[in-house]
Design a protein around this ligand. Structure first.
Ligand code: PAF
Length: 281
């Protein structure tokens, strides 16, 4: 496995793969890798000739400096995991390398950014798009892999890819969960022992929502989930929305519901967690 820090080295590597007609699978990450990331690597290893992983904690997508600074980082352990997973190249640039000059681009996501994460984290998806386009331009992958845990991010990246005419197949991979249901996330590492015990209630509320979807409306389920979770003094729901899985438009009544996702963001102490499930009515 090669670990590269400079864009020029990365470009040379990609050129060599292209000369050999090898397909490139790309897994962009912010490090603090867990089984969720490794499942993306596995998908790429099955389908592509080479797998490239980037590790870069992208300051542009954090709205709070504190969240950026506290984001877990463990490069040594990340590289160990990636080596064992059979990754070919890891790209770990510095901030100066990725943003040699300020990047203030704003994107039009066709309204996909007006709900949920976009509404609560202004500018977040512009920050994601800035880094993802820079990485796509550099790696020029045939396929890029993203987790469904960040469901809105995945929808926005699909939109961006079409809009900017990237010839890249965007592959969404299922959420990987702990045995108690908690969605795997780099942020879980920041939960205290006590909070870690309470956090699975978030996914339990989503699973219960699926069970109730036969007899309740999206609006009723929304109320049930929010009031159940807010009864737990350790949990504070930021949003819970049932949305159309393509347009991400919130769905209120059973009649509007077709293919949907129930998406949540909740604070457990000072840690913000997100999760989602497929739900039908
Ligand atoms: O999903 C993430 O970890 C990040 O948003 C991404 C796609 C690596 C961009 O920084």
């Amino acid at each position: 496995m090669e670990v590269l820090h400079a864009k020029e080295r990365m470009q040379e590597k990609i050129l060599r793969y292209n000369e050999k007609n090898m397909t490139i699978g790309f897994v962009p990450t912010m490090g603090a890798l867990h089984e969720g990331h490794l499942s993306l690597v596995e998908c790429s290893r099955r389908r592509d000739d080479v797998t490239v992983v980037s590790i870069f904690v992208n300051p542009a997508q954090f709205n709070q400096r504190d969240d950026y600074e506290k984001y877990p980082r463990d490069l040594k352990s990340d590289l160990n995991h990636l080596e064992q997973a059979g990754v070919d190249v890891v790209f770990t640039p510095t901030e100066q390398e990725m943003y040699p000059e300020p990047d203030n681009r704003e994107f039009d996501f066709g309204g996909l950014d007006k709900v949920m994460e976009g509404k609560h984290r202004p500018g977040h998806f512009d920050g994601v798009a800035r880094i993802v386009t820079r990485l796509f331009d550099l790696v020029m992958p045939h396929r890029a892999y993203f987790g469904e845990k960040d469901y809105q991010q995945l929808a926005i990246i699909r939109h961006l890819t079409r809009q900017m005419r990237y010839n890249i197949d965007i592959v969404g991979c299922p959420i990987i969960r702990e045995s108690d249901g908690l969605a795997k996330s780099s942020r879980n590492a920041r939960l205290t022992h006590e909070q870690r015990k309470e956090a699975p209630e978030i996914s339990q509320a989503l699973f219960e929502a699926i069970e109730h979807s036969g007899r309740c409306s999206p609006d009723e389920i929304r109320e049930q989930v929010i009031s159940r979770l807010n009864k737990n003094p350790q949990i504070d729901v930021e949003y819970f929305e049932i949305v159309d899985d393509k347009t991400l438009k919130p769905i209120r009544r059973k009649e509007e519901a077709k293919e949907n996702r129930a998406c949540i963001a909740a604070w457990v102490g000072s840690v913000r967690l997100i999760d989602n499930v497929k739900i039908s009515f």
